[in-house]
Structure formats: C-alpha cells, structure tokens
Design a protein around this ligand. Structure first.
Ligand code: PGA
Length: 249
C-alpha cells in the first residue's frame, strides 16, 4: 500500500507572516490519514521546520544543487536543506526547467545528491500544450522519466509528480482519463525499470490546478497517490480541503 502524499509547493511566495498556516495545518490534522508536506521558499525552511516539530507536517525544499559545497553563488545543497530541517526536495519542476534551463541530466544529478543526503526527491515531469496537441505526451514524459530518475529509485527515496505545464496555475485540468493514461504509463515505466517491488512502491502525484473542489475526483483515478499543489497550498484552509479529500480517497 502506497501512503498518500499531499505536497504543497509555495514557489516564490511566503514570508514569516505565512508561518501561521503551519499552525493551522497542525491543528486541523493532528493525526492525518496521509502524509502532509509543505515546500516553502528556502528562507522559511528552517523556521517552518521548527514550527512543525512534533506534528505530522513535513517540510521540503524546492530545488537543490548537485554538488555539496563550492563556488555556486545563490545555490543551496541537499545537505544544507537537510541541515535546515527538510525531509524532501522538489526537483525538475517545469518552472526550473524553463527558468534555469535544467535538463534531465541535471535533474538526475540533483536527485542523486538528494538521495546521498537522505532527502526524498520529488521528481517532476509533464508536457507542454504543444506536445499534448502533437500527440507526443507519453513519449515526452517517458523520456523525462528515463533521463531524470537515477538508478536505484525506490518508494522511500523517490516520488514522481506528473504536472502538465499547461495545467499549472491556469485553472485548466486534464480529463480524468488523460490523468489516468499518463499515470498508468508512468507506473508501467517504473515497474519496467526498477522492478515490480520498487516500481509499484514509488508514489505518483498529480499536479496542476488541484483545488479543494476537484481534488476528490482526481484522487479517485488509479495510480494517483496524491498531489503536488501550488496556488491552493498557500492557505491552510484550501490545502486542508485537499488533504481531507486525500484522506478520504
Ligand atoms: P498549481 O501549481 O497548483 O498552482 O497549478 C502546481 C505546481 O506547479 O506544482
């Protein structure tokens, strides 16, 4: 049984004033029926992890460098995230692939660095609208998975997030059949590469305009083990609605 995961990606949003959202989540879910993770901007990781101590809320980073230390101004290593209290790190989000020219090879190197430091890597994939309309979605996602996941992925060191780029922050969501098709495909790819044990243990999150109002139906799709949530994770009220839907899925 794969334990469900509700992951919030705050992106470049949030200051100390937002830390109260963690208190609200702690209060609302003292013993949640799924895992709860918030990935705030790096500036908040340490404070948020202290605030979350003793609760079920976990804290993660949104990126890490592939090297542990060195001359990389502005970057943060996996060990630094761990030191600040993070347990997870999002890698290869489409915004980083676009804004920072991250390739599959770079994402893979980052995933290896994360694993070496004991962080769970949440590795993202997903197609553009052009790719979908060209009928290339599965081929594209298959290439991203093959190139971005290091060898030796298991259910404890890796989570995969499928996020169609055209659904991120747009309010547009694929049909349930489209989500199911991609998730079934990713599951088959993982089983083929990592074997039935690890391949079936790795959790698959859907991401892209998940809201309290559409969460339950998305969580009803086979091979959807949770969500990676952007906009609707910023407020504990909205995110709590998604967590509750996942608990009941
Ligand atoms: P969204 O973002 O929920 O705001 O669409 C999802 C993501 O980019 O992780």
């Amino acid at each position: 049984m794969r334990r469900k995961l509700a992951a919030g990606n705050w992106k470049m949003n949030g200051t100390a004033a937002s830390l109260g959202e963690i208190d609200a989540l702690k209060q609302a879910f003292p013993a949640p029926g799924c895992e709860i993770l918030i990935c705030p901007p790096a500036t908040l990781i340490h404070r948020m992890s202290e605030r979350a101590t003793g609760s079920a809320v976990m804290v993660g980073g949104q990126d890490c460098h592939w090297q542990e230390t060195g001359a990389h101004t502005g970057d943060i290593s996996a060990g630094m995230l761990k030191d600040a209290g993070a347990s997870h790190v999002i890698l290869g989000h489409s915004e980083r692939r676009a804004d920072h020219h991250e390739t599959d090879a770079i994402v893979r190197a980052k995933a290896e660095a994360a694993r070496a430091r004991g962080l769970v890597a949440i590795i993202c994939c997903g197609e553009s609208l052009e790719t979908r309309e060209g009928g290339e979605t599965l081929a594209h996602v298959g290439r991203q998975i093959a190139g971005s996941l290091p060898d030796g992925c298991t259910g404890t060191n890796t989570v995969v997030a499928y996020e169609p780029i055209w659904a991120i922050g747009t309010g547009k969501v694929p049909t349930l059949a489209e989500i199911g098709e991609v998730h079934d495909f990713i599951r088959a790819e993982l089983v083929a590469r990592f074997g039935p044990g690890a391949g079936n243990d790795i959790r698959l999150l859907y991401g892209g305009s998940v809201k309290p109002v559409n969460a339950a139906e998305i969580f009803g799709v086979a091979n959807v083990d949770g969500a990676l949530v952007g906009g609707a994770s910023l407020k504990a009220g909205d995110f709590g609605g998604i967590v509750a839907a996942l608990e009941n899925a």
